[in-house]
Every structure is written in structure tokens, then in C-alpha cells.
Write a protein that binds this ligand. Structure first.
Ligand code: FAD
Ligand code: NAP
Ligand code: SF4
Length: 679
């Protein structure tokens, strides 16, 4: 037996599951990325998973694959129902095994969450998140569904998978059978809990008979529904025991139905905020337990396992962000990990927009066969101006390819606007991206020149083959009587300039930055942000650690807001409409809880000693306040472009310097990486 790892003895120790030895305790949790739905050979999905297997992940789990047409998430979503489809999955299992990995396929029947007219459910009750009302499954329909799950397990085995995960949580079909609010049946599949839990137990029992003893069956069990009248703790324990007896090899933790109004994985959720739920089940069953949700760094994972909360850590997004996460932990290179900041911007938000997932901090994710970083054939001298996300990604990618790179920034630190973003309560993870790039600048050998604001003359005639302008943006100045009043501050004064802000505040502009400034100003710096304190977070969102009520909800409680805030936008309607698909509602809910007034349809008239004078849908109104903070968008900072082009240099614009409208770090990093990959 090999020696325990000195830093991560639990995380990096092997685990025997039946006849299979997992090399470590890292499971890549199931996450839909859009590659599953390819109707041709699943080569891109194979390359994506093989890259994570090369990176040392103990056990990979695919995104959900439907066992039949009713169960598909949307028309043409990935399904496994016949031998031809099983053959296509060889394009996944083959490369993973060649890379030395193990892979299980998740079987997902979406039930009433399905986004198509064939949706089925235990009872014909529409979900709040799909426009399609499901059809009630008949008794024979339930039997057919069980057979479809079992067939899917057998086909997965034939396709070369090492196991399957039966998706029993998040409010999908199996979960719907378990809970009275979605299962009103009075036949052998409804009524008392023993009958409601028959569906998952029969699926696992019959599947085990079909696939034999060595095939891994993971069951994802909803241990905390976070919806009213969900499962009680006693029911959850009873189900876990029955699932183990039916033949599951591993039980994974599911937290929250998709319709729950509690954020469970976004960046404002503290790290490892839900491992206490898995810990409650320890000792009740003897199969290994997997815990999940907001575990993104090895130290956190090690603490969770050392505390005995679970046997295995599940992570999906952190392995999208860095396929070499495990190897870096093993080799003592934790500082080099490209940490998932839980923003959801390029992964879940893309999926909800029907686009392929990728990762804000790693634009190569899910594009393994399309964007590759190759050594440069001609070594060039490259200048990058601006060390924000765009400049950092360009500089490090170019240097990794062998170019000589000089990176200049006028400020005394790298990170650009991320230095403001990281100060927002709930965005502390943005610090990790700055740390990652700090280390990557060292490892790739970029020549960094801080406190160096460059002009065109500083660059002309210095032998640069390529100049990359990544100088970001200027805040938009608005034309308004009183705009130079002492009351008026910009978001930069507030977030970077340390301006003292009074108790009554009006905010002009309700884009991403307006929302963030409001969040910042609501918080009293004396209180630790709830994103860093699990108990404060659970109280704020009304999650009951004692799980007294079925579903685990309680009355929300939080400290009073530090300021009284009014946010304004000119557009009519809901504020924050352009915020992230999966996170916008959280930002809105958080500010509402803090009593922020949100005004749409506003015309700005003037600022004076009293405050901000406006018209709201034609009615004059004065927002009395101590300060008015302007968050009215941005314009590109590209003064260097014209003189550099005129000098004949080869000039490229990226990030905010290229286009400020709808700029975010996802676009900035993607643009920087792709440009440098082809220089
Ligand atoms: P910047 O980050 O603006 O960097 C430009 C750099 O160029 C600066 O460091 C500047 O000092 C330097 N520079 C400029 N001129 C010169 C010169 N002449 N010489 C030398 N150096 C120069 N995006 C998201 O995707 N998700 C979020 O959640 C998010 N939250 C945010 C929250 C806040 C409060 C703010 C302010 C921004 C947020 N953003 C977010 C936006 C994101 O930070 C920007 O889109 C991103 O930083 C743009 O990157 P960039 O490299 O183009 O420019
Ligand atoms: P933004 O999202 O474009 O919002 C600008 C706001 O200013 C809008 O509410 C706009 O609303 C208002 N505005 C524009 N011109 C104005 C004018 N002349 N007078 C008064 N109001 C005006 O820009 P941002 O908030 O500065 O954010 C910059 C970028 O950073 C965004 O593209 C965003 O994606 C990114 N960001 C993202 C996040 C995130 O959580 N994902 C967080 C922060 C920032 P009206 O025109 O309706 O008044
Ligand atoms: Fe994590 Fe954001 Fe990347 Fe998704 S896009 S994997 S949440 S860093």
C-alpha cells in the first residue's frame, strides 16, 4: 500500500467499490454540457471526459442521458434506448479508458421538468419551470419506465461504461414519485411512503439483477428538497436503506429541487455549505456516500472528508474549470489550480440558453477538439497593455506558446476590474482568479511591468511584432444637471476609491455593476458576508439544519441592511433582466430581502442638495439621499489604438477595449485566449 499523501491524505486515498478500486475520492459530478445531445459520434464528449481522466479524476459521471423519449429534457436530447446509440457511446468510454479513467453514465428521466409535450409525471401537475403540463403515467406506464431504466443500464454496460448513476433528486421524475405534493396516486405507486418509494427501489433492484454484481450503480438521493412539503428526514433515511438493500454501490447527495428558491451552487453560497446533510446520513448505511455543492479547492475537500462528512467529493464545475485539478493537488501545485468561481456564466447559463457549455475561466472546456494551445512556430515579441482578465489570458497563453511577452499595467496590481468585483459580498471567489493568474504569469514566464502606464510612444520602435490592447473601459459619464455635485460618486469611487457613503443612497443604472454596488452598500462590513459563513447563509435563505419541516425550509432571518437604497433604470419593467439566467433571480431576491427599492421607467432630472430628482412613468419624484452612485455602463478605453496603428504596428483589441457593450469576463478571457492561441 502506498504512503498517504502528505497534504491531502483523505482526498487522495483510494476507495474500493465492489470489485473496482477508485484511485482517489474525486468524482466528477454529472453536469449537462450540451455535448451529450450530438446525434453523430460522441467524439467531442469523449475528448472532454478523456481530458479529465488524464487529469486524474477518480470517477467521471456523464451528463444526464434519458432512458426513453418521455424522459428527455428537450426534443433530441441525449438518450440511450438501443444498440446503435450504445455503439455511439463507445466514442466516450474508449478514450476515457485509454486515458486510464473510469466513467459512469447518468440516467436521467426529467419527469414534469421535461421541456416537450411528451412529459410524464406521477400525477398531471405542471411544474413552475416548464410550460408543458405532464401526462399522468398509468400503472403500465410506470412498469414501462422501470424497464426503460433497466434497459438503459444494460446498454450503458454494453457501451463500456463502468457504471451508471440513477438520478433520483433535483425534482426529476423519481423525486416526484417520492413526495406527496407531486404524487397524488392511490395505486401501488402512491399513497403511503412505502408505495411512493417503490419506483426508485424497483429500478435499482431490477437493474442490479440485470447488470450483475460488479457494475457500479450510484443512486443520487435528494437529501434536502428545499421545497415545502418535501421529504422528511425519516423518509430520506428509509429510502437510503432501501436503496442500499436493492443493490446500489454508492449513494450521492442531491440538494434542492430545480424549482427551489434557495441558491445552492452559485458563488454567494459558501464553500461546502451542504456537507452537513450528507454527514447526517453517515452511519445509517454502509455504502460510500458522496457529498457535493460548492467544493472547489482541495483544502476544502480534504477538510470535509477528514471531518467524516462523506467518503467521496463530487465536483463538476471545478473540473470544467481545471481538468488537471487532481494532478495539481497530487503534485503539490495547488496554487496553480484554475479555480471555479461558481459564476455559472459559461456553464449553466449557456445550457439554459440552449448553447454548448464552457467555462468563464477556462474557455477550452468542451472545446477540446477545436481550440488547442500549440507551441508557436515563429517566436515573436509581444506587448500586452492591461492586466485585466483579457490581457492576463492573452499574455499567459502567448507566453505558454513560447512567445516573449511584456505585460504592462498602470496599476500596482494585476486583475483590472476583478479587483472591484472581488470586494462585492458573495464574489469573494474572484480573488482565486487573480491568484491563479499571478501564479500563471510566473510559470509561463511573462515579463510583468506594473505601475507602468504606457503611451503609444513607449511601444513604438521597441521591436514588438504584435501589440495587444487590453486597456479595458472608462465608466460612462452621463449628462445631467448637478452631475458634478459632491453627492455624486461613480462605482469606482465606491468600490476602489474608498469613498465614505451615507446612509441613504440612490443608484443610477441597474446593470450587473448597479446590482453589485447595491449589494456592497447593503452590507455592514462589521458582519461577515453570508457567503463566507454557512450558518448566516442558511439563516438568510431559510434553510433548516435541523430539518424539522419536510423539505428543510424555515423562516429566513438576516441582519438589517446597512443603508437604505433606491436603484433606478430608464427602461420600464423588471430590474436586472439581463443578469445571468441562473443567478439573476438570486441577485434580485437578495436585494429585495434587504429592502432595496427598485424603480423602472425612470427619467433623471437633476441632482441637488436634497437628492436625485426623477420622473417615474411621468410622475415627478424626489429620492432624498446622501449620495447618488452612477453605474451607467462603460465605454471602451482604446486611446492607444490610432497612434499604434498609424505607426504600422500589428495591433489587436480585446476585452473592454474592443467592445464595452455586454462585456463580461467570459468574453474578455475567451477573446484573449483565442487571439493568443493563433498569434
Ligand atoms: P479591465 O478589467 O478593465 O482591465 C483593463 C486594465 O488595463 C486595467 O488593469 C487598467 O489599469 C489597465 N490599463 C488601462 N490603460 C492602460 C495603459 N495605458 N497602460 C497600462 N495599463 C492600462 N464580469 C463577469 O463576467 N462576471 C461578474 O460577475 C462581474 N462582476 C463585476 C463586478 C464589478 C463590480 C465590476 C466593476 C466588474 C464586473 N465584471 C464582471 C466585469 C469584468 O470585470 C470585466 O468585464 C472585465 O474585467 C473586463 O476585462 P478587461 O481585461 O477587458 O478590462
Ligand atoms: P450594463 O449592464 O450595460 O448596465 C448599464 C446600466 O446603465 C443599465 O441599467 C442602463 O439602464 C444604464 N444606462 C446606460 N446608459 C445610461 C445613461 N446614459 N444614463 C443613465 N443610465 C444609463 O453595464 P454595467 O452594469 O456597467 O456592467 C458592465 C459589464 O460588466 C456588463 O456588461 C456586465 O455583463 C458585467 N457584469 C456582470 C456581472 C454579473 O454578475 N454577471 C456583474 C457586474 C458586471 P437604462 O438604459 O435602462 O437606464
Ligand atoms: Fe465555474 Fe463559472 Fe466556469 Fe461555470 S463558468 S465552471 S461556474 S468558473
Amino acid at each position: 500500500m502506498s504512503e498517504p499523501h502528505p497534504e491531502y491524505p483523505h482526498l487522495l486515498s483510494p476507495l474500493q467499490v465492489g470489485s473496482v478500486t477508485l484511485p482517489n475520492r474525486v468524482l466528477m459530478g454529472s453536469m449537462h454540457v450540451g455535448l451529450e445531445d450530438d446525434l453523430g459520434p460522441l467524439k467531442k464528449m469523449g475528448a472532454y471526459f478523456a481530458r479529465r481522466a488524464e487529469g486524474g479524476v477518480g470517477l467521471l459521471v456523464t451528463g444526464g442521458i434519458a432512458p426513453n423519449i418521455d424522459g428527455q429534457a428537450k426534443p433530441f436530447a441525449g438518450k440511450l434506448t438501443n444498440r446503435l446509440e450504445a455503439w455511439r457511446h463507445r466514442y466516450v468510454t474508449g478514450p476515457v479508458h485509454d486515458a486510464g479513467g473510469l466513467i459512469a453514465m447518468q440516467i436521467l428521466h426529467t419527469g414534469r421538468y421535461a421541456y416537450h409535450p411528451l412529459a410524464v409525471a406521477p400525477t398531471a401537475i405542471k411544474s413552475p419551470i416548464s410550460m408543458f403540463k405532464p401526462r399522468k403515467l398509468s400503472g403500465r406506464g410506470v412498469e414501462r419506465t422501470i424497464k426503460a431504466f433497466v434497459r438503459c443500464g444494460r446498454l450503458a454496460q454494453q457501451a463500456g461504461y463502468d457504471g451508471v448513476e440513477v438520478m433520483g433528486s433535483e425534482g426529476y421524475l423519481i423525486n416526484e414519485f417520492l413526495v406527496e405534493k407531486t404524487n397524488k396516486r392511490q395505486d401501488e405507486w402512491g399513497g403511503d411512503y412505502d408505495k411512493r418509494m417503490r419506483l426508485p427501489v424497483e429500478i435499482v433492484r431490477r437493474m442490479r439483477e440485470e447488470v450483475g454484481p460488479d457494475f457500479i450503480i450510484i443512486y443520487r438521493l435528494s437529501m434536502l428538497d428545499l421545497v415545502k412539503n418535501g421529504s422528511s428526514w425519516e423518509q430520506i433515511v428509509a429510502l437510503a436503506k432501501a436503496i442500499e438493500a436493492a443493490g446500489a454501490s454508492i449513494i450521492n447527495t442531491g440538494i434542492g429541487w430545480h424549482e427551489a428558491r434557495v441558491p445552492t451552487i452559485a458563488t454567494m453560497v459558501p464553500r461546502a455549505a451542504y456537507t452537513w446533510v450528507t454527514a447526517r446520513l453517515k452511519g445509517e448505511v454502509s455504502v460510500p456516500l458522496v457529498t457535493s455543492n460548492r467544493i472547489n479547492m482541495p483544502t476544502t475537500a480534504e477538510e470535509v472528508l477528514a471531518r467524516g462528512d462523506a467518503d467521496i467529493i463530487s465536483m463538476a464545475r471545478p473540473l470544467l474549470a481545471d481538468p488537471d485539478w487532481v494532478i495539481k493537488a497530487q503534485q503539490g501545485r495547488t496554487r496553480e489550480i484554475n479555480t471555479c468561481i461558481a459564476c455559472n456564466q459559461a456553464c449553466l447559463d449557456h445550457i439554459f440558453q440552449n448553447k454548448r457549455a464552457s467555462c468563464l475561466v477556462n474557455p477550452l472546456a468542451c472545446y477540446e477538439t477545436e481550440v488547442t494551445i500549440q507551441p508557436a512556430t515563429t517566436k515573436k515579441k509581444v506587448a500586452v497593455i492591461g492586466a485585466g482578465p483579457a490581457g492576463l489570458s492573452a499574455a499567459t497563453t502567448a507566453a505558454e506558446r513560447g512567445h516573449h511577452v511584456d505585460l504592462f499595467d498602470g496599476s500596482d496590481a494585476i486583475g483590472g476590474q476583478f479587483n472591484m468585483a472581488r470586494r462585492i459580498p458573495g464574489k469573494e471567489e474572484f480573488d482565486e482568479t487573480i491568484r491563479y493568474f499571478t501564479v500563471r504569469l510566473e510559470t509561463t514566464g511573462v515579463h510583468v511591468h506594473l505601475n507602468t502606464r504606457v503611451s503609444a510612444d513607449d511601444l513604438i520602435g521597441k521591436g514588438y511584432d504584435e501589440v495587444i490592447i487590453a486597456t479595458g473601459v472608462h465608466p460612462r459619464r452621463i449628462d445631467l444637471p448637478g452631475i458634478d455635485h459632491d453627492k455624486v460618486l461613480s462605482y469606482i469611487d465606491v468600490l476602489a476609491g474608498g469613498a465614505e457613503v451615507g446612509k441613504e443612497v440612490a443608484i443610477i443604472g441597474a446593470g450587473g455593476i448597479g446590482f453589485d454596488v447595491a449589494e456592497f452598500l447593503c452590507h455592514d462590513p462589521e458582519h461577515t458576508s453570508s457567503s463566507l459563513d454557512v450558518d448566516a447563509y442558511l439563516d438568510e435563505w431559510g434553510v433548516d439544519r435541523d430539518m424539522d419541516a419536510p423539505g428543510g425550509l424555515k423562516k429566513a432571518e438576516m441582519p438589517p441592511p446597512a443603508r437604505s437604497i433606491t436603484m433606478c433604470q430608464r427602461r420600464d419593467g423588471k430590474l436586472g433582466r439581463n443578469l445571468g439566467k441562473t443567478t439573476g433571480w438570486i441577485h434580485r431576491a437578495s436585494l429585495k430581502k434587504r429592502g432595496v427599492t427598485m424603480l423602472g421607467g425612470v427619467s433623471y432630472l437633476k441632482v441637488d442638495d436634497v437628492g436625485l430628482h426623477v420622473e417615474v412613468n411621468g410622475t415627478p419624484q424626489v429620492i432624498a439621499c446622501d449620495h447618488v452612485v452612477v453605474c451607467a455602463g462603460q465605454i471602451p478605453a482604446r486611446e492607444l489604438e490610432a497612434p499604434l496603428r498609424a505607426s504600422g504596428l500589428s495591433v489587436h483589441l480585446i476585452g473592454g477595449a474592443d467592445e464595452a457593450a455586454e462585456l463580461d469576463a467570459k468574453r474578455a478571457i475567451d477573446q484573449g485566449t483565442r487571439l493568443a492561441a493563433r498569434l
